[in-house]
Design a protein around this ligand. Structure first.
Ligand SMILES: *Cc1c(COP(=O)(O)O)cnc(C)c1O
Length: 417
C-alpha cells in the first residue's frame, strides 16, 4: 500500500467543533472516542438542498455510512429519506422514526426470507438480480412495485474496492440483460416504479453521473410506470488540503438539465433521487485517540495510539488518507511520524505524516472519520468498540456507550470441558 507524505507546512489551529474542548471531551468520555458535529451534518445537507433546484429532488441518506440511531434521527429532521442495505438497518431506521415509504431497501444477493420481511415492512424494493425479480413475481405477482438496480458498466470511483458499477462487479442487473428483465416484468405484470444506478464511491467527475443517467434514460422507455430515477451516490469529499471533491452545484446543473429534458420526452415529471452517504457524514466525524507510546526508531518515530484498524479500517482497506491533528500540542513543531494502531496486525493510520510534536498522553484527532468509521468497526483482538458522542447545540452528548468486557463475552458459550 502507499501513503502520501504531506510536505506542506500546516498552520497551527485549535480544533474545537462548536467551541467544544476536545481534550475535555476525552477526559469526560475517555478514549478512543468517535465524535460527530451535528452542525456539519446539517451544513452538508443544506449544501445538497441548495445546489438542486428541481422541486422533485429527493435525498436518501445511505445509512451504512454511519448508522447510529441519534444520527439517523438528526438526518430525518432535516427532511432526508433513507437507503438501507440490510433488514437490520431497516429496523434501526423504523426505530429512528422513518416511515416504511421513506426507506429504500437495496439488498445485494440476500436470502429471500429477508426480502419477504422487507416487503412485509413496506419498504421500497430495489431489485439487484434477475432471480430476485422472478422470485418477487412468482410469490407476489403484481402487488409489489419494484425499483431496478441496473449496472451501467461504468468504471469509476476512487479505489477498485469501491468501484461497483461495471460488469465485473457483483452489483445490479447488467444493462445488456434488459430484454430478459422486460420479459419477467411482463410475465408477472410487475410495476417498475424506479430505476437505480450506483457506480461507486469517490467519484470526482460529475460527467460520470451524466453518463450513467443517459443509460438509464434509454432504459426508461421500457417502463411506463416510473415515479423516480435514483442516481445513487459516491460524491467525493476532500480528505486533505487540495483534494478535489465532487462539485455539487456543477453536478446539480448537469443532472437537472438532462433530467428535465428526459422527463419531457417521458411525458411526466419524475422524482430525481440521490443516495449520499459519505458526503453527509464524513466531515462531521473525528476519531479521538490517546498516544500510548512514542517509539524513536532510527529514521522515523512511531506514534502508537489506543485504536487501530479494528476501529478505523479505511486506511488499511482502501489506502485512505485521514488527516491527523495533535489536539494537545497544536503549537508544537511539525515533524514526520508513522502513526500506528495497537492491533497485532500492520495497522498503519498514517505514514511519514507531518504532525505537531507528539508526546505520550497527547490526544490526536483523526479527521473525516464520520463515514465508514464506526459502522465498519469490529472487536478484532477482543478489543472494545469505542463510545460515540454527538455535539448538538454546543453540547457533547453520549449516543453510544463504550463496550465492556460483558459485551465481548455475552454471546460466547463456555462448554464444561
Ligand atoms: C454505499 C452506498 C451509497 C453511498 O455511497 P457514498 O460513497 O457513501 O456516498 C449509496 N447507494 C448505495 C446503494 C450504496 O450501497
Amino acid at each position: 500500500m502507499s501513503f502520501s507524505t504531506s510536505v506542506t507546512e500546516v498552520m497551527p489551529t485549535t480544533l474545537s467543533p462548536q467551541g467544544v474542548d476536545l481534550e475535555q471531551v476525552c477526559q469526560q468520555f475517555s478514549t478512543p472516542l468517535y465524535l460527530y458535529d451535528a452542525d456539519i451534518i446539517i451544513r452538508q445537507i443544506e449544501a445538497l438542498k441548495n445546489a438542486f433546484t428541481y422541486p422533485k429532488t429527493k435525498f436518501k441518506y445511505a445509512a451504512k455510512a454511519l448508522t447510529n440511531i441519534s444520527i439517523l434521527k438528526l438526518i430525518r429532521q432535516q427532511g432526508i429519506d433513507l437507503d438501507v442495505v440490510s433488514i437490520q438497518e431497516g429496523h434501526i431506521a423504523l426505530k429512528a422514526g422513518f416511515t416504511p415509504k421513506q426507506i429504500m431497501y437495496t439488498p445485494s444477493g440476500v436470502p429471500f426470507a429477508e426480502i419477504d420481511e422487507a416487503i412485509e415492512l413496506g419498504f421500497q424494493m430495489n431489485v439487484d438480480s434477475l432471480p430476485l425479480l422472478r422470485y418477487i413475481g412468482e410469490r407476489y405477482g403484481n402487488t409489489v412495485p419494484c425499483c431496478l438496480r441496473l449496472n451501467p458498466d461504468i468504471r469509476a470511483g476512487g479505489h477498485a474496492k469501491i468501484s461497483v458499477g461495471h460488469n465485473e462487479s457483483k452489483f445490479g442487473i447488467a444493462l445488456s440483460q434488459l430484454d430478459l428483465v422486460v420479459d419477467v416484468v411482463k410475465q408477472y405484470g410487475i410495476t417498475i416504479n424506479g430505476l437505480h444506478i450506483h457506480t461507486g464511491s469517490d467519484i470526482k467527475d460529475p460527467k460520470v453521473f451524466a453518463q450513467g443517467a443517459q443509460r438509464l434514460y434509454a432504459a426508461a422507455q421500457h417502463f411506463p410506470d416510473l415515479q423516480f430515477i435514483d442516481f445513487g451516490s459516491g460524491f467525493k469529499v476532500a480528505y486533505k488540503e487540495g483534494d478535489i471533491a465532487t462539485d455539487i452545484p456543477q453536478l446539480a446543473r448537469l443532472m437537472e438539465d438532462s433530467f428535465q429534458e428526459f422527463c419531457q420526452q417521458y411525458g411526466r415529471e419524475l422524482e430525481m433521487w440521490f443516495e449520499p452517504g459519505k458526503f453527509i457524514v464524513s466531515d462531521s466525524g473525528y476519531l479521538l485517540t490517546e498516544v500510548t507510546v512514542v517509539k524513536e526508531n532510527p529514521g522515523i518515530d512511531f506514534v502508537h495510539v489506543d485504536t487501530g484498524l479494528n476501529h478505523l479500517l479505511r486506511p488499511m482497506m482502501y489506502d485512505a488518507y485521514h488527516d491527523i491533528v495533535n489536539v494537545s500540542n497544536p503549537e508544537g513543531a511539525q515533524q514526520p511520524y508513522h502513526v500506528v494502531g495497537y492491533i497485532c496486525e500492520t495497522d498503519n493510520l498514517a505514514e511519514g505524516r507531518m504532525i505537531a510534536e507528539v508526546r505520550p498522553g497527547d490526544i490526536l484527532a483523526i479527521k473525516n472519520a464520520g463515514a465508514y468509521g464506526f459502522s465498519m468497526a469490529s472487536n478484532y483482538n477482543s478489543r472494545l468498540r469505542p463510545a460515540e458522542v454527538l455535539i448538538h447545540q454546543g453540547e457533547a452528548k453520549l449516543i453510544r456507550q463504550r463496550e465492556t468486557m460483558d459485551d465481548i463475552l455475552q454471546n460466547q458459550i463456555e462448554l464444561p470441558l
